[in-house]
Ligand binder design. Structure first.
Ligand code: G4D
Length: 469
């Protein structure tokens, strides 16, 4: 397959949770398809999404009339707790109906977990969810010894007592996979490449850590002595304390990085290409003592470097990775990225405020790079420049959002990705995430006053700029 990044191209950053639609959150229903049509119309060929899920849409569940939510649930922002209350029971009902049916879909479900690329994670995930559901301790660290350490007899007991739950879990994963596949097929038909987003770390209370303890830096009781984070950088003056467990790279290397190979293979199945968040962590990573209150108290440790990627390429073959290389970037990170030929990122918003050598300014970009006006971790262009515009009384006409979009599209970087927020010229309420903060993030949705069929002007404008550059 030719690398889609070999030609100049552009796309939009938009997480599916931000779509309009009922149930208080965007999903893989009609809006996803409308968005793909819009991208196509605008001459774009990339859709970059982020990495959080709650995306099943409920047509396949055909909720009974009485289950149908009211219009009120089509809230302006996502309220995740309310969405879970509303959707969890409906998704469960849809899965149950599928299990009780006996058609083509049911036999697909039965084959689903036999696929080795699925079974490699599905079983652990299902058991983990079942135990979590019955014990509700918020951390597997507090589970009884036999479940914490996965004794066969204890797992067998869980299977007996939670069989219905496990079946439902698997059916829900199947529905998810099926809906995602439909979106992907449609995108492919329209010439849109889907760019996924993979965080370097996984959370502690997860099937990943519980089922692979020896691959993480944990003590004998399963407790992490050091956790992840980053020192102060452009995103946060005090650094960020992510708190997830760190990898035991030596142990991983010993078994040929099998856990990473599975993970990358799964990502390759889900996406055409994907960004790995915090790529710098593969060169060197920040380790913070788990009792520390601030990220600053950490230290750098050496990562696996190229040997990890050699192992991945050897078993998975050619994959299209984008290296998120923001934050504190040292020479070893640059070398590692170049050695695997992965494009890094340029973010125009970071270009201003220092001198002309700033690598984020267009004249310093590289061809093998992805340029953004901003990412989900930045202000929208409008927030950043509103104050300046006001001060200098620049009118709305010379719109700063589109000036910066134009700068991104004209860059020598082969790929340009623009957050939908900047295309819509939105301001303060449209930011997706503020690094180092925990609350109120990820809830932005496209305003109810906006719909893709009313964004014709924007599509035409993008298409024009794209043909110019
Ligand atoms: C830090 C990290 C980046 C991501 C960024 C935003 O700067 O190093 O990888 O924070 O979360």
């Amino acid at each position: 397959k030719p690398d889609p990044r070999d030609r100049r191209r552009a796309g939009v950053l938009l997480h599916p949770t931000s779509f309009r639609g009922p149930y208080g959150i965007g999903d893989f229903g009609a809006e996803a398809f409308r968005f793909i049509d819009w991208l196509h119309q605008a001459g774009c060929s990339v859709w970059q999404k982020l990495c959080r899920f709650y995306l099943l849409f409920l047509r396949e569940g055909r909720p009974m009339k009485r289950d149908r939510p009211t219009r009120a649930s089509d809230a302006e922002r996502v309220n995740f707790a309310a969405v879970a209350d509303l959707k969890d029971p409906l998704i469960a009902k849809a899965a149950e109906r599928l299990i009780q049916s006996d058609g083509e879909l049911k036999s697909q479900l039965e084959n689903f977990h036999k696929d080795p690329s699925i079974s490699s994670w599905l079983e652990d995930a299902a058991y983990f969810a079942a135990i979590d559901d019955s014990l509700n301790t918020f951390s597997w660290y507090l589970w009884p010894e036999s479940l914490k350490n996965r004794h066969l007899a204890a797992l067998e007991e869980i299977y007996q007592s939670k069989k219905d739950f496990i079946d439902l879990f698997i059916a829900q994963q199947f529905l998810f996979q099926r809906q995602w596949q439909k979106v992907r097929n449609y995108a492919q038909m329209k010439g849109i490449s889907i760019m996924g987003d993979m965080p370097i770390y996984v959370g502690y209370h997860s099937a990943d850590v519980w089922a692979n303890k020896k691959h993480f830096l944990l003590n004998r009781r399963g407790f992490p002595l050091e956790v992840s984070g980053v020192p102060p950088d452009a995103f946060s003056e005090t650094g960020q304390l992510w708190g997830s467990p760190l990898y035991d790279w030596k142990a991983m290397e010993k078994d040929g990085f099998s856990w990473w190979i599975h993970r990358i293979r799964r990502a390759r199945d889900l996406y055409d290409e994907f960004r790995i968040d915090h790529f710098r962590g593969f060169a060197g990573f920040w380790a913070v003592p788990s009792e520390a209150k601030v990220a600053m108290d950490g230290r750098w440790k050496v990562g696996p470097g190229k040997s990890l990627f050699d192992a991945i390429f050897r078993s998975v073959g050619n994959i299209n990775i984008i290296a998120e290389d923001l934050g504190v970037i040292t020479e070893d990170v640059v070398q590692l990225r170049k050695s695997i030929g992965a494009p890094g990122m340029a973010v125009l918003q970071f270009g201003f405020g220092s001198d002309s050598k700033n690598p984020h300014l267009p004249h310093n970009h590289e061809r093998n790079q992805v340029v953004y006006t901003g990412t989900h971790d930045n202000d929208t262009v409008k927030i950043l420049y509103y104050a300046v515009m006001k001060y200098l009384s620049i009118s709305e006409e010379d719109d700063i959002s589109w000036k910066l979009i134009q700068a991104a599209l004209s860059s020598v970087a082969q790929t340009a990705v623009i957050p939908l927020q900047d295309i819509l010229r939105l301001g303060v309420s449209a930011r997706m995430n503020i690094p180092a903060t925990q609350f109120g993030n990820w809830s932005w949705r496209i305003p109810s006053s906006t719909s893709f069929d009313r964004l014709e002007t924007e599509a035409t404008k993008l298409r024009d700029l794209l043909s110019t550059y």
